[in-house]
Design a protein around this ligand. Structure first.
Ligand SMILES: *[C@@H]1O[C@H](CO)[C@@H](O)[C@H](O)[C@H]1NC(C)=O
Length: 210
């Protein structure tokens, strides 16, 4: 009787693991596991450069330097995006924490020195004008600029905002696509006409302990 019970428990727990794996696969989601050494509310992300913990924080921060400082206070740095899965994850994570339907996030991306004061050119393209600042993101899989961007309007757009939205596009003095970047100044403010792009938060990243 006792051994039957043990077998039943084993079967049930195996099934539970299995269904979690399935869920992860079906949702195209990343592992969510504290066994990797991430604190409970941080998301484990695996990248070619190693394992990391990511967290999306809410809060209006106009200056990207202040967002970087906020990440520092939790032992992290502003996170780049390794790929589209991470872009979709941060979009989902911020929208779950706010009551509005859209808005912007600071992430760890900035214009390269070489492409300062440059428009889109053969050498400063949508994949080469910007670089990741976290020392942990590689490649250009997460460099998801909107069509025609980064255009470096007024030649002073040295940072980029990530747009999170419940709808595929957002109208805010122009059309903006969800889960993509738009270059902008490094200190931003929003008026009524572009409040749909208002700052909602920032994304921090630190090395996973295991
Ligand atoms: C980069 O720009 C080219 C040309 O406009 C476009 O075809 C491509 O989809 C863009 N790449 C990304 C990742 O947005």
């Amino acid at each position: 009787m006792k051994s039957l019970l043990i077998i039943a428990i084993l079967v049930v727990s195996t099934l539970a693991d299995c269904s979690n794996e399935w869920k992860a696969l079906l949702n195209g989601q990343m592992e969510e596991s504290t066994s990797n050494g991430c604190e409970a509310d941080w998301k484990f992300v695996r990248r070619p450069s190693g394992g990391f913990c990511m967290k999306v924080f809410t809060g209006f921060i106009g200056d990207i330097a202040d967002a970087e400082k906020a990440c520092k206070t939790v032992g992290a740095t502003l996170s780049g995006l390794q790929n589209k899965d991470e872009a979709l994850y941060i979009q989902k994570a911020i929208l779950a924490q706010v009551t509005v339907d859209s808005g912007s996030l600071w992430t760890g991306i900035k214009r390269t020195d070489k492409c300062m004061k440059q428009k889109l050119t053969a050498t400063c393209t949508n994949l080469t004008s910007f670089e990741w600042t976290d020392g942990a993101t590689t490649g250009t899989g997460g460099m998801l600029f909107q069509i025609g961007q980064p255009d470096n309007k007024d030649l002073n757009q040295n940072c980029a905002l990530f747009m999170a939205s419940k709808t595929p596009t957002v109208i805010a003095r122009g059309t903006y696509f969800a889960a993509s970047y738009e270059d902008t100044g490094c200190v931003v403010e929003f008026q009524k006409e572009n409040i749909a792009r208002n700052m909602l938060g920032y994304v921090c990243l630190k090395k996973a302990e295991k």
